[in-house]
Every structure is written in C-alpha cells, then in structure tokens.
Design a protein around this ligand. Structure first.
Ligand code: DC
Length: 236
C-alpha cells in the first residue's frame, strides 16, 4: 500500500478567500499548497493566446491537448507552467478568470487536469483548493472545507485586491461577474461547485482571516491530524 498522505480540500466560490486562507493554513502545517484554479487559468491563457473561441466545445477540447500544464514549487510557492513557460504572473486578470470559468465546464478540460491534481495529492500532504476537490478530485480527502462568503463581501475583497495592484476596476461590475461566475460554476453539469456532504461549511463574511484559519486547523485535527503538526506562530 502506498504511504498515505494527509489531504485537505478547500472548495468554494470565487473570491471567498480560498487562496489566501489556504496558503496560510498550508504554511502553519508545512503542507504543499495546490491552487487548482491556476491550472484552469493557464489553460484559459493558452486559449486566449491561440485565439480559440471559448464557446466552441470542440475547438477547446482539441486545443487543450496542446496545453501542457505543470507545477513547480519555488521557495514553497506554486508556479504554474504552460508548455514550459512560467505564466504565474499572467493568469491573474479578470479576463483570464472569466475564460477559465467558461471553459472549465467542458469535460475534456477537466479530464486534462485530473491526473495532475491527484498525483500531487498522492505525493505529499497537500492543501488543495478549487471547486470540485472534495466532491470529485479527492473524494477521500481527510478534511473537506467549503469556504464561502456573500457575493457583496467577495466583490469588495476582489475590488480591494485589484485596486491594490493598481488595476482599473468597478465594484458593481465585479459583483455582477462574481454572481455570473457562481451561477455557471454551480450549474454546470460536470463537477459543479457544491459542498461535499461531509464538508465543514465556513461562511467567512463575518469572520477574520485568523478565525477562518483556526477553524480549518480545528477541522483537520478533528479529522485525525496530529496537533503537533501545527507550527507555532500567529496569523496576522
Ligand atoms: O479559483 P480561480 O478563480 O482561480 O478559478 C478560476 C476558474 O477556474 C473558476 O471560475 C472555475 C474554474 N475552476 C474549476 O472549475 N475547478 C477548480 N477546481 C478550480 C477552478
């Protein structure tokens, strides 16, 4: 039997704070943080670059075969490579995010990333975030978290994030995009965004980051993670 790794799955809608929180929890535990959204974004970037119409399922399914996605860790930080090129800095735009959401509904796109995600989880203790990690990718994850927040709070967070980067943005438009993205992610036929029956549901609208991190650590301990694995040091 293969050595069992401890896997924590964090699913939830766009802007719920998954990546910030997941990164912090991973650091507290010395786990590898796997951001699966970045993989879908890298595929989206490939399609945008090659001019493939995201609304054409056949063209997308065909093109995706030529988009080789790999993950590297540099100083503990995930880098995503598209056909060998580090595209981590290029995938954080709203356009790429919306295209990722649109094309992630196609089964061949999801199938293209499934093995990579499962291999990563089998090779190390991971904290993996996405939309379908607890339900599809790692149905046997040791701990499953469904992290959500109201659309307004999520839009505000994304707005601040973009404003900090100096990007031009409009709060109403962001909120509308978030609701559209939720609708699509929740209602797609394959691997919809949905809480696993055994997930711990956390609504972070009124919680601080430190409270959410603590709630996830508590859930992991409740599911068998030895308390000693939690490193000293606070979360600011
Ligand atoms: O988490 P994110 O915003 O980086 O993800 C971008 C899009 O990728 C998201 O709207 C839906 C898709 N996605 C997915 O379908 N399944 C995942 N596990 C992660 C992301």
């Amino acid at each position: 039997m293969q050595n069992k790794t401890f896997n924590i799955a964090i699913d939830g809608p766009a802007g719920a704070g998954k990546s910030t929180i997941a990164r912090m929890v991973a650091e507290k535990l010395g786990f590898v943080y796997v951001d699966t959204g970045a993989m879908y974004r890298a595929i989206a970037l490939y399609l945008l670059r090659t001019g493939v119409n995201p609304e054409d399922p056949d063209a997308v399914s065909e093109a995706v075969r030529d988009a080789q996605i790999t993950i590297r860790y540099q100083d503990g930080v995930q880098r995503v490579l598209l056909n060998g090129e580090d595209v981590s800095g290029l995938i954080r735009t709203e356009q790429v995010g919306n295209t990722a959401s649109a094309v992630s509904v196609y089964p061949p796109v999801r199938a293209h990333l499934l093995d990579l995600q499962r291999r990563l989880a089998a090779s190390a203790d991971v904290l993996m975030d996405g939309r379908d990690i607890g339900t599809c990718i790692l149905p046997d994850a040791d701990t499953k978290i469904f992290l959500t927040a109201s659309p307004h709070v999520r839009a505000l967070r994304r707005y601040k994030e973009l404003a900090e980067k100096g990007a031009a943005c409009n709060l109403d438009k962001i909120e509308q995009d978030i609701m559209e993205r939720d609708e699509r992610d929740r209602n797609r036929e394959i691997a919809p965004l949905r809480e696993a029956p055994d997930a711990v549901v956390l609504d972070s609208s009124e919680m601080t980051i430190a409270q959410v991190v603590q709630a996830i650590l508590d859930a992991a301990v409740a599911h068998g993670l030895p308390k000693e694995r939690i490193r000293e040091g606070g979360v600011e």
